[in-house]
Design a protein around this ligand. Structure first.
Ligand SMILES: O=C(O)[C@H](O)[C@@H](O)[C@H](O)[C@H](O)COP(=O)(O)O
Length: 229
């Protein structure tokens, strides 16, 4: 799969570039006057992106918020992706709860929670923000996990190596049906996984086909910097 060249920016510029990209894509989706769906990821990289995105003036009342994955913890737990997005984006923008579709990771019946979430997903998400782990996972689709081969279910409960273990995750059919997908990847720890993705290796993140890759210089590493920096 030939992959478009990544956008490579200085570490301190990644959040702003990602927020600008998201705002631009949301604005384009909203231009027709209808509603727009935005699916968000957790992890350390995304918090600053959300804080910067919250400063953008958009018709936020027409945006419906979804999640790419969620840890199976209560929504007030420090590991909750919902809490991360709530604190850095939803609360600063005073987004009403009716616009927020939270994955109910805390439910005892995780499979029912996954099925219920699939039922509220739009036919195709408009804009998705993904991160990538050092092992090349994205959302909670981890290397070697059978969830990577799911072709029917849109949301699955999975166990991953990154604690907390149980998670709910969108599957590849959903991520690959999304209109616009951005990967935002930062830090030297991701350099090897980034190199492998752009070398064509079959990592989970590489299976998200039509995505824009935004890297900081640390994650890009010398080879990609030389080629695309
Ligand atoms: O729930 C999660 O942890 C995320 O959805 C996950 O896919 C994350 O995006 C990557 O693990 C990168 O995380 P960092 O940004 O912390 O490196």
């Amino acid at each position: 799969m030939s992959r478009p060249a990544p956008l490579i920016v200085a570490p301190e510029a990644l959040a702003e570039h990602a927020a600008d990209w998201l705002a631009r894509e949301l604005r384009q989706s909203l231009a027709g006057g209808g509603r727009c769906s935005l699916a968000l990821s957790g992890g350390r990289t995304t918090g600053p992106i959300y804080r910067t995105l919250a400063q953008h003036k958009l018709p936020w009342e027409r945006v419906d918020f979804f999640f790419a994955d969620e840890r199976c913890v209560p929504p007030e737990h420090p590991e909750s992706n919902f809490l991360l997005v709530e604190e850095n984006l939803l609360r600063p923008l005073s987004i009403p709860s009716g616009q927020v579709h939270r994955m109910e990771g805390e439910r005892e019946d995780r499979d029912a929670a996954a099925r219920d979430y699939a039922a509220v997903l739009p036919a195709a998400l408009d804009v998705v923000l993904l991160g990538m782990g050092e092992d090349g996972h994205t959302a909670s689709l981890f290397p070697g996990n059978s969830a990577l081969d799911e072709r029917e279910r849109q949301v699955l409960a999975v166990v991953g190596p990154k604690p907390p273990p149980w998670r709910l995750t969108l599957t590849l059919p959903v991520l690959n049906a999304a209109r616009r997908v951005l990967f935002a990847v930062a830090g030297t720890g991701k350099q090897d996984a980034v190199r492998r993705v752009f070398a064509g290796e079959d990592l989970p993140a590489a299976r998200v086909a039509n995505a824009v890759w935004l890297l900081d210089q640390a994650a890009a590493g010398p080879t990609l910097l030389e080629e695309h920096g």
